[in-house]
Design a protein around this ligand. Structure first.
Ligand code: URA
Length: 292
């Protein structure tokens, strides 16, 4: 087993320990069976490797038929583990899809938990995209077009966001997009703290289900909500790696200017350059390269 495989194994063991702890605290834990199966299989492979090494010493020859067949079996085992990982991530995807659908259903189509449900909004904009994404964008709240279509970032700001995503070498279907509040504030005003507190709980659950590798917060409202401090200004926190924390969950985060701000600034090359440098920080964090 190479160093990377050993490291992955350690991570899986750590996840198992964490899940056991969560289960002891009474949390609903999913995926444990697959983790246990994967670890069992890995442990069998490790044992086989140890035996094979011992035999190599005994035989003092790597190429005796017995040892060779053992190596072949180990290889096969590694292949099966790779296959298991694929199944694990597929299964994980199924779980995510189920949880996301349940969350959407729980919110409903006429949510009135906060006042935004009573202020003339048409549609609850849940969010959309690839639940298995590496990158999740979080905006402030739906505008007029989003309110009509029920989808995030489909108006002018959304078109600019789509351009940014394409410049990253991705499609909208590769990422996940959501907002702090799911209903349009009247006159596109900034959501109030109590509206963000109430609705933002759903965003937090959405983030924990999606569990992206990096979050890109669009604008001051999104980043201040995600950092849990409504006084934060975008200029204080952009252009560096941040962390989104929710309980045990820790996801790297980068904040950049909201696309609407970029539009308001007439798409000034300076602002666009700053946005692009933030995006590159996010891509760097996940080791994604863009030829540009
Ligand atoms: N602005 C946002 O913050 N979110 C949207 O979905 C659209 C515009």
């Amino acid at each position: 087993m190479n160093e990377l495989q050993l490291e992955i194994l350690d991570i899986i063991r750590e996840i198992k320990r964490h899940l056991i702890y969560q289960r002891e605290l009474g949390a609903f834990v999913y995926g444990m069976d697959t983790i246990e199966e994967t670890l069992d299989r890995q442990e069998r492979i490790e044992k086989m490797e140890r035996i094979s090494k011992a035999r190599m010493v005994q035989n003092d020859a790597k190429s005796t038929p017995a040892v060779m067949s053992l190596f072949e079996r180990i290889e096969k085992g590694v292949e099966t583990v790779k296959e298991d990982r694929k199944i694990f991530s597929e299964k994980n995807k199924e779980d995510k899809q189920k949880l996301i659908s349940e969350l959407k259903k729980e919110i409903g189509e006429d949510c009135k938990r906060c006042n935004l449900g009573n202020l003339g909004r048409q549609k609850v904009v849940f969010g959309e995209g690839n639940i298995d994404c590496r990158i999740m964008f979080v905006g402030e709240g739906p505008g007029e077009d989003e309110d009509i279509e029920g989808l995030p970032f489909v108006g002018r700001a959304g078109q600019l966001l789509t351009k940014i995503i394409k410049a990253m070498g991705l499609e909208r279907t590769d990422v996940y997009i959501a907002n702090v509040v799911k209903c349009r504030p009247p006159e596109n005003r900034t959501p109030l703290p109590d509206e963000m507190d109430i609705c933002g709980k759903f965003l937090k659950r959405q983030i924990s289900i999606i569990n992206p590798e990096v979050i890109i917060a669009l604008g001051g409202t999104a980043v201040s909500f995600l950092l849990g401090d409504y006084k934060i200004k975008i200029s204080q926190v952009r252009s560096r790696r941040l962390e989104y924390r929710d309980g045990d969950l820790l996801i790297p985060m980068v904040a950049t200017f909201h696309p609407s701000y970029v539009l308001r600034r007439g798409e000034s090359p300076d602002v666009k350059k700053e946005v692009w440098s933030d995006i590159k920080i996010a891509l760097d964090i996940i080791g994604m390269e863009v030829k540009r």
